[in-house]
Write a protein that binds this ligand. Sequence first.
Ligand code: 5GP
Length: 216
Amino acid sequence: MKSNMEQKGILIVISGFSGAGKGTLVKELLRRYDDYALSVSMTTRAPRAGERDGVEYFFTDKAHFEEEIEKGGLIEYASYCGNYYGTPKAYVEERLEAGQNVILEIEIQGALKIKKKFPESLLIFVTPPNAEELKRRLEGRGTESEEAIANRLARAAEESEGVEAYDYLVVNDKLEESAEEVQRLVDAARRAPVRREKFVKEIREGLRSFAKGAQE
Ligand code: 5GP
């Protein structure tokens, strides 16, 4: 699907419990549709096996991250399980201007900051069908220690308290269906008048000029 250059893209926040499969879902969206751009975050977390700098994340240290905060180079940032994570500003702004929908795959504190700063953003929360499935997926991933898994499950319980702040909940059972569901939600969101500023302005001005003509 081609992006509509007449219209700015929308900012889409995708959050979900660690292990909900949101990373895979985002990859599937990017593979299927060409109107999405994925923002690469900056983090102080150490790379996991196979992760590349500039692809999964921009890996950095605490001092540099704090410098970026100072410079105003991040749209939002948060601390999660002892590390900083943040969204670099320049790429997001550039892609939105170019008419692409930009995906931020971020946790809930960051999501709430985005909604406050950009009320037209679309917040989607991805969850597995139930709690047992989440535990099973986290253990099956094999990339984290038992302690880290317990930590992430505790964090998921905390995050579950905040899901009502999101616009939509996507239960990620079958990957293809979830990707199509997200695409439908984004498509619908793009049709909302608040996200079609240019169109609304033009038709309003046109109508006003007719109304003025009729009065004269
Ligand atoms: P992980 O360590 O599993 O890659 O990520 C941990 C959490 O940090 C995930 O929930 C992920 O979505 C979130 N995260 C990744 N990048 C960012 C970011 O730029 N900002 C915020 N607020 N959270 C992020």
